[in-house]
Design a protein around this ligand. Structure first.
Ligand SMILES: *Cc1c(COP(=O)(O)O)cnc(C)c1O
Length: 379
């Protein structure tokens, strides 16, 4: 007899659960936190979580999208985001991706090099449309976050050096196939202090003045994303401090400039959790290991940047607390979710929830070790 999928197996661990109520509450708070006297446009950074149900929900709140590939543009359109609210960033755009962006008449392509600007112009000329272009600028600001998610320093591959911005803008303005939209920054992710954002505002203000001195008008400034979340206390701080974030920008920029934001993590991280089952436990002279059925193929953040996630034992809150290493089944020593973590000591069969896993979780999953690709479910 052929193998038949057992409906009970559809939710075989490991899997992601996305809580719709938390997502909706987050989006409502975000919209309420926008200063009413400003022109602020928020794009959702699709790469944080591109689950179709998640995208549809976010699109229904009227947010724009921030995409980093042609595939994301297609997904965003399918989910209901308006083309006119899609920004497209990325240091390496293929010709066919640029073509798609120009044809779909998205809001803006954020160009990251002069060569890219030439290619966009050539493609737009061929299609017979003018391409909307903003310049991604590398402001050389340290976001004070993990080095792998810092993007706006001289060391990083992203953007055009800030002292070339005016010359490059002039070049776009003089090109009949291009329309100059403004400038774009993105300094990093999981930023938990406001000081790097204040520094970004100061840099943007100075640059705007430089442009004004040369009679170049900026249609908008895109401040990127990066607002951090509380991985330690997800239950207490489920909704990020959007009003503190937006008012930081409002307090440090002038009223008449249109600002765009590209928030990913802060919108989707807390609504998601990774559900996993304890396969085995193992005691050694040094350690108590709980070996779970999720691995870095399903959630790579701890292995990739030593990220902390709160882990809860859903099977028993009462069992005595103990220190344990919670590790995955992958044949790599970096496949560790937590070291010396105090938790009601897991036993074989227990179900654990890895919290705050809605951002950069499912989207980064792989099939390494021939494992099935993990699924996410909206509830
Ligand atoms: C990743 C990314 C974002 C989103 O960053 P978050 O930290 O998730 O808010 C925004 N803009 C660009 C260009 C990005 O690459």
């Amino acid at each position: 007899m052929l193998y038949q999928e057992n409906p009970q197996n559809l939710k075989r661990t490991p899997y992601y659960i996305y809580h719709k109520d938390i997502l909706c509450q987050t989006l409502e708070t975000l919209l309420q936190s926008l200063p009413p006297d400003r022109k602020y446009v928020v794009h959702y950074a699709v790469k944080a979580n591109d689950n179709i149900e998640v995208l549809k929900c976010i699109a229904s709140y009227g947010l724009g999208a921030d995409c980093v590939s042609g595939g994301e543009i297609e997904k965003a359109l399918k989910a209901g985001f308006e083309a006119g609210k899609i920004a497209y960033a990325g240091v390496g755009k293929r010709d066919d991706e640029i073509e798609l962006a120009v044809e779909k008449q998205i809001f803006c392509l954020n160009a990251e090099s002069e060569q890219e600007i030439d290619v966009i112009s050539e493609i737009a000329g061929k299609i017979g449309l003018t391409a909307p272009v903003a310049i991604r600028i590398n402001p050389n600001i340290d976001a004070h976050t993990h080095k792998n998610i810092t993007t706006g320093t001289e060391e990083n591959k992203f953007g055009i050096p800030i002292d070339e911005a005016v010359r490059v803008a002039q070049r776009i303005i003089n090109d009949p196939h291009l329309r100059f939209i403004g400038v774009h920054f993105h300094i990093g992710s999981q930023i938990t202090q406001y000081s790097p954002f204040i520094e970004l505002c100061n840099t943007a203000n100075k640059l705007r003045q430089e442009f004004a001195d040369r009679n170049i008008k900026l249609g908008m400034i895109d401040m990127g994303g990066g607002l951090g979340i509380d991985y330690e206390n997800p239950e207490k701080n489920t909704i990020p401090d959007f009003s503190g974030y937006f008012s930081t920008f409002a307090n440090h920029t002038s009223k008449d400039i249109e600002l765009h934001f590209e928030l990913g993590r802060s919108i989707v991280a807390q609504m998601g959790e990774l559900i996993t089952r304890v396969l085995f436990t193992k005691t050694t002279p040094h350690k108590y290991f709980a070996i779970v059925d999720a691995g870095f193929t399903d959630l790579i953040r701890p292995a990739l940047y030593g990220a902390y996630h709160k882990i809860v034992n859903l099977s028993s809150e009462e069992r005595t607390l103990g220190k344990c290493d919670i590790v995955g089944p992958i044949c790599e020593s970096s496949d560790v979710f937590a070291k010396d973590r105090e938790i009601p000591l897991p036993q074989r069969g227990d179900i654990l929830a890895i919290r705050s896993a809605g951002a950069y979780g499912e989207v980064m999953a792989s099939t390494y070790n021939a494992r099935p690709l993990i699924k996410g479910y909206m509830e």
